[in-house]
Design a binder for this molecule. Structure first.
Ligand SMILES: O=P(O)(O)OC[C@H]1O[C@H](O[C@H]2O[C@H](CO)[C@@H](O)[C@H](O)[C@H]2O)[C@H](O)[C@@H](O)[C@@H]1O
Ligand SMILES: O=c1ccn([C@@H]2O[C@H](COP(=O)(O)OP(=O)(O)O)[C@@H](O)[C@H]2O)c(=O)[nH]1
Length: 926
């Protein structure tokens, strides 16, 4: 379906920073040019107790016909919704478990909508720069179609689209998996301890319900999605959603934001569904968190649990990058500041001041949730009263505890626990006329809340963990005149932004919190002012509008970057073309890497719980048969070209009729013959002992790392070690090497993904291949040129010169991706012709140069088997005067990198499973 196209700006800035800065400027100038429009809308939308007035939420017209998305399609037929003189508003589908309104049924087809409580709702209500629709659950079970239809209609007026979840799903998905498993785990409270067996049993069914619910959200998104829309998924309820969306439409722009903390990978790895959840989130284009710490934990979980590559940009999986970044949320501060001017709020403030005259007011506003540390807060207040007799009748704590998730037993227990503590303390310190704690088990409306924030002297936020905590922001926004003090838990995300102005506390340390209460109540005015100023500046500049705009802008940008990257990625190997050309050729050469090319794919490097599956490299079992067939085809020559040493190749390929090139081609043998070497006589290997010494040192100090001592190189491998530690150790090791043993040696240091290799200078697969080729030609007594080359490997960048080795042979046009028609006369293709390459061409010159250089090389015996016969060298690159060994007819050359995205090969393949498919097809034709 056609939709809006936000990226339709003609003069697109080139660099990412340029793009982001420009968007930021645009946003600002829009705001300066049209300040009242947004302001009025906010007031209409949110500045009254009814909160959502008919037809007005999320800005635009009603959408009764929402289910079909027809109205929306019409409205955006030209691609963008333009307002005169303004940039287009981008369509945004906000998908969150909870809609900003919860529905209460009033009759068979009548509904009342009430505002939902929670930071996510508050923050997203401030998002005004988009043409947004909100998709979510209305917090109620609606089993009948009459009710569903009526509610859909009522919600459409608020630009909300319902996802109908039945009671059983809500029980298993929301109360169970989301709030009894993920919520406590992400807040470091661990997996449920009680009823352990029952929990284990129900885990699977809850997880299934979670996946099912996510799919239900995805289905609704698909129904309303238009091309170009941004789909922004929110929170731990919807970790599966990015995957569901992308599977359906890979072009969808998908962002995911987590409103809770993301815990250390050590916590996340206790979750039975840890990998599945991570992988699903990684399907998104952009993944956001409140703080850098949470983002760091997520990346670390992906590297440690999934074995993926963590980069400063995000997480990379086979070249696909999921950007991960911190986007600290904010509030719509203007809304709070303006509300304080309203007569009804002023009136409310007056009442509160009178009511608590002569006493300092302390305030707590939390959902009644175990993460909020309400019992700890009250105990700290008790301790303060205990130790400060003079304050007992001069201070009052108002605790608003909004009931939440009341169907979850843990929350029910918490309610009784808090009631019990409050009762005890009020009994202990109360008088006939006053109690020290006013505890309210209910929510307040927006104006009452603003008034309360404004009259407060000390706000007490003692969350044990909290994604951000917007209450602390709201308090600051309402304190312009009073300049009260904020006591804030260091475990709330807000501590990272409001830390300069707040008194930070460890909520578990009741003594410290009690002392902080004393400090706050006695704080001199100038200190309060300074602290408040810091926080006020932050809260009024880091708003929810900025937050959303930045996230969406980064998401758009991430997509642009991914598109640019994709253009540089070689295409997938056209297997059918490669097979057809193979069949039409009569003298074929297949050069195959070994590690990660012919071995079984190792998904997570067997790092389950740190367990190592297999350290020895083994040939993929499914390759044995096709390989055998290919080796036995007289028209086909196979070379396994590997970095591994001779024994590894002997063990795996000893029974096949093929060529083995070990240690990057420094050793060669036909499986029927002896090993030969071409190591130059003057190859200086004096550095080996000292490098070995360093490698031994690091192997001892890096658990599960190992090193291989080869004839021409040393490799330190940390692919089974802790990835982050391994990387740090590798950095350290390199530093040691450069400044010590190899500072003057003629060696190359080759860094792999999880390895460091030190080689004698000039040892590469590309350098070896022309000697190998010469030997093969000589050995086979080849009269006709090689007319087909397939070169496949998971080679290190340094060894990719093997791909380019054959390139000069070819015309410079781009590689074909579609099959060409067969030659009219089949005989023409089956009879190989000697190359007619003109001697003046670049290809010929290069060929000649290579022939000369090989002629000059001298092979030596290196303590084993046969020496490479120097007399053969002159034959290597030509069969007879003027004719080349290779005649690839321009396009009978297929170089292919396995499991890589950046490569100088012409093509890519995903993994060795694809090699199985390819070799099977070649073998069938053989
Ligand atoms: O929808 P509920 O189950 O009733 O819960 C209410 C919300 O609680 C959580 O809020 C979080 O988001 C805030 C804004 O980013 C953040 O400041 C706070 O620290 C978080 O706890 C939850 O993440 C939301 O999904 C819920 O809607
Ligand atoms: O009686 C109340 C108490 C709280 N809130 C709102 O609930 C949100 C709580 O967000 P926070 O980020 O502090 O924590 P969360 O509840 O999302 O974990 C804030 O925006 C409050 O204004 C409300 O609307 N009415």
């Amino acid at each position: 379906m056609p939709g809006n196209n936000y990226n339709c700006n003609p003069s697109t800035p080139r660099s990412r920073l340029e793009r982001l800065l420009r968007e930021r400027e645009l946003r600002r100038s829009n705001r300066v040019l049209h300040p009242t429009e947004d302001g009025n809308r906010q007031a209409e939308l949110l500045g009254n107790d009814n909160f959502l007035t008919e037809g007005e939420n999320f800005g635009l017209s009603s959408e009764e016909d929402f289910p079909e998305g027809v109205a929306a399609a019409k409205a955006f037929a030209d691609g963008c919704e333009w307002k005169e003189g303004r940039t287009p508003k981008q369509r945004l589908l906000v998908v969150a478990n909870r809609l900003p309104v919860s529905a209460v049924r009033k009759g068979e087809d009548s509904w009342q909508l009430e505002m939902s409580v929670g930071g996510l709702v508050s923050a997203l209500l401030g998002v005004k720069e988009f043409d947004a629709r909100w998709i979510g659950w209305a917090g109620v079970n609606v089993p009948d179609s009459v009710g569903q239809k009526a509610l859909t209609k009522a919600l459409a007026e608020k630009r909300c689209i319902p996802v109908f979840l039945d009671e059983e799903i809500v029980h298993q998905y929301y109360n169970g998996y989301c709030n009894n498993i993920l919520w406590p785990l992400f807040h470091y409270l661990g997996l449920p301890q009680e009823d352990r067996l029952a929990t284990t049993r129900s885990f699977q069914s809850q997880f299934d319900a979670y996946k099912k619910a996510n799919q239900m959200f995805a289905d609704v998104v698909h129904k309303h999605y238009l091309d170009g829309d941004v789909v922004w998924c929110h929170d731990y309820h919807l970790m599966f959603l990015p995957k569901c969306l992308k599977e359906h439409n890979n072009k969808m722009k998908v962002g995911w934001f987590l409103h809770t903390p993301f815990p250390s990978s050590e916590i996340h790895r206790t979750l039975p569904s840890r990998s599945e959840l991570l992988r699903s989130v990684l399907a998104a284009d952009l993944v956001g968190f409140h703080t850098y710490d949470y983002a760091r934990h997520f990346v670390s979980a992906c590297t440690r649990i999934l074995g993926l590559e963590g980069t400063p940009e995000g997480v990379e999986d086979q070249g696909k990058l999921t950007r991960v970044a911190a986007f600290p949320i904010g509030i719509d501060s203007d809304r709070f500041i303006r509300a304080l001017e309203l007569p009804q709020v002023q009136e409310h403030m007056k009442e509160l001041k009178e009511r608590f005259a002569g006493r300092k007011v302390m305030l707590g506003v939390d959902r009644l949730d175990m993460i909020k540390g309400i019992p700890q807060k009250i105990l700290a207040f008790e301790k303060f009263l205990e130790e400060n007799l003079n304050w007992r009748d001069k201070v009052v704590l108002l605790q608003i505890a909004v009931p939440t998730r009341t169907d979850v037993p843990e929350y029910q227990k918490l309610t009784s626990q808090v009631h019990e503590i409050v009762g005890r303390i009020n009994g202990r310190f109360g008088t006939l006329t006053a109690v020290p704690i006013h505890h309210l088990d209910r929510s307040l409306d927006f104006h009452a809340l603003c008034a309360l924030y404004a009259v407060t002297d000390v706000a007490l936020v003692t969350s044990l963990r909290d994604g951000m905590n917007l209450v602390s922001y709201e308090f600051v926004a309402c304190q312009a005149s009073k300049k009260g003090v904020l006591i804030l838990s260091e475990f709330a995300g807000a501590a990272q932004s409001l830390g300069a102005g707040a008194i930070l506390v460890n909520p578990w340390n009741v003594t410290e919190v009690a002392a902080s209460i004393g400090y706050a109540l006695n704080m001199p005015a100038d200190e309060r002012e300074k602290r408040h100023h810091h926080n006020f500046m932050h809260v009024t500049t880091h708003t929810s509008q900025e937050w959303a705009a930045t996230f969406v802008s980064e998401l758009n940008d991430t997509i642009v970057e991914a598109q640019l990257r994709t253009r540089q990625v070689p295409p997938l190997l056209p297997i059918q073309v490669a097979v057809d050309r193979y069949l039409q050729s009569s003298n074929r050469l297949l050069i195959l890497g070994f590690n990660a090319t012919l071995t079984e794919p190792k998904d997570t490097l067997g790092r389950r719980g740190g367990q190592i599956r297999e350290m020895e490299l083994k040939l993929h079992p499914d390759l044995k048969e096709p390989l055998k067939k290919l080796c036995d085809d007289s028209k086909t020559t196979i070379v396994v070209l590997s970095g591994s040493d001779r024994s590894v190749l002997d063990d795996n390929f000893g029974d096949y009729n093929m060529w083995l090139a070990a240690e990057n081609g420094m050793f060669l043998r036909l499986t029927m013959g002896e090993w030969m070497t071409t190591m130059p006589e003057n190859l200086n290997m004096d550095w080996v002992d000292s490098v070995k010494h360093v490698f031994e040192y690091f192997t001892e100090r890096t658990p599960r790392s190992h090193f291989e001592l080869r004839e021409t190189s040393l490799v330190w491998n940390y692919k089974y070690a802790d990835i982050e530690f391994g990387r740090l150790q590798a950095r350290d090791l390199l530093q040691h090497l450069w400044t010590g043993p190899i500072s003057n040696a003629s060696v190359d240091v080759v860094q792999g993904g999880r390895s460091v290799e030190v080689r004698a200078v000039g040892v590469t697969k590309g350098a070896a291949i022309d000697r190998i080729l010469g030997e093969i030609v000589h050995n086979k007594g080849m009269k006709a040129p090689i007319d087909y080359v397939l070169c496949i490997g998971h080679f290190l960048p340094k060894d990719e010169d093997v791909y380019t080795f054959f390139e000069p042979e070819l015309p410079s046009e781009a590689p074909p991706t579609v099959p060409r028609p067969m030659a009219a006369n089949p005989a023409m293709t089956s009879v190989p012709r000697i190359s007619t390459t003109k001697s003046g061409s670049r290809a010929a010159r290069l060929k000649k140069q290579r022939s000369l250089s090989t002629l000059e090389k001298r092979a030596t015996v290196h303590g084993i088997g046969n020496a490479w016969r120097p007399t053969l060298m002159r034959d290597k690159m030509s069969l007879h005067e003027g004719s080349s060994v290779l005649d690839l007819k321009g396009d009978n050359y297929f170089s292919c990198a396995v499991g890589r995205k950046r490569s100088s090969a012409r093509y890519l393949l995903g993994s060795s499973d694809d090699i199985v498919t390819l070799l099977k097809e070649l073998a069938e034709g053989s």
